[in-house]
Design a protein around this ligand. Structure first.
Ligand code: ADE
Length: 248
């Protein structure tokens, strides 16, 4: 039977989904709590990735090895990196890169040693599904209260750093651009989960709501946004995606 994992980095992003979970059952592995249950007709497991690449990779591995998940979705927040990606926008990943991976001069900067690539593609079908769900959600939300938030789809950069200065953000974006990578947003887990999913052949996709612009204001914007908006977005977008996904 198919079982979908829904990962979030923070408890505030997960609590709305947890409240909707039917027949919840908690199991513990690798020092983590995993919530098994049903959501919109699917067998699911909700989990916190924890923060940073190693923690997220451990969580993804535990989900695959011990809880037999067949697909992984990630929902959370990210900092906007491209100039047109603003707070309140949604970014659906088409692929991920690790912005802090640098084994040069042995391998080109950003390339995953022995993988022969820097960019890890998301599952095309799941990514398209999240994109449509995010667009539908924002269209409905802006009909109720007009807003100009946009849904983007493209590359997300992950690394073990909360980017909280304009200078860092510009440096990061330029370094990626020089290597041919146009990153829309930055966060701290997605590329690690994508790498584990590639290793195991498990389809993976991710949606991130932009909580800040990865600039000097980032830590202030982040806290408010996560508290007030992130959980609702996660519930609404994941809910729509699950409803239009076959549970075979
Ligand atoms: N997640 C949300 N905002 C972020 C930022 N500015 N840097 C890294 N991860 C983030």
């Amino acid at each position: 039977m198919s079982r979908i994992a829904i990962l979030s980095a923070l408890a505030q992003e997960q609590h709305g989904l947890l409240a909707l979970l039917l027949q919840p059952q908690k199991v513990q592995r690798a020092g983590r709590d995993f919530w098994l249950g049903h959501l919109h007709g699917h067998s699911v497991v909700l989990a916190l990735s924890r923060i940073g690449k190693v923690a997220a990779a451990t969580t993804a591995t535990a989900l695959i090895e011990h809880l037999a998940v067949t697909r992984i979705l990630f929902t959370g927040v990210a900092g906007g990196l491209a100039p047109d990606v603003q707070v309140g926008d949604v970014v659906v990943a088409s692929s991920f890169v690790q912005h802090d991976l640098d084994a040069s001069p042995i391998f080109p900067r950003f390339e995953l040693p022995l993988y022969g690539r820097a960019v890890l593609a998301c599952d095309e079908i799941l990514s398209a599904l999240l994109f449509q769900a995010a667009r539908d959600h924002l269209a409905e939300a802006s009909a109720a209260a007009p807003a100009r938030h946009r849904v983007h789809r493209g590359l997300i950069a992950s690394g073990d750093r909360f980017v909280s200065a304009q200078a860092q953000s510009v440096t990061l974006r330029r370094a990626l651009q020089r290597a041919g990578h146009k990153a829309l947003a930055v966060e701290m887990e997605g590329a690690a989960v994508a790498q584990v999913c590639l290793d195991y052949g498990v389809p993976f996709a991710a949606v991130r709501t932009i909580s800040d612009r990865a600039d000097d204001q980032a830590h202030l914007d982040f806290a408010t946004f996560v508290r007030e908006v992130a959980s609702q977005y996660a519930c609404a977008i994941i809910g729509r995606a699950l409803r239009s996904l076959s549970n075979k």
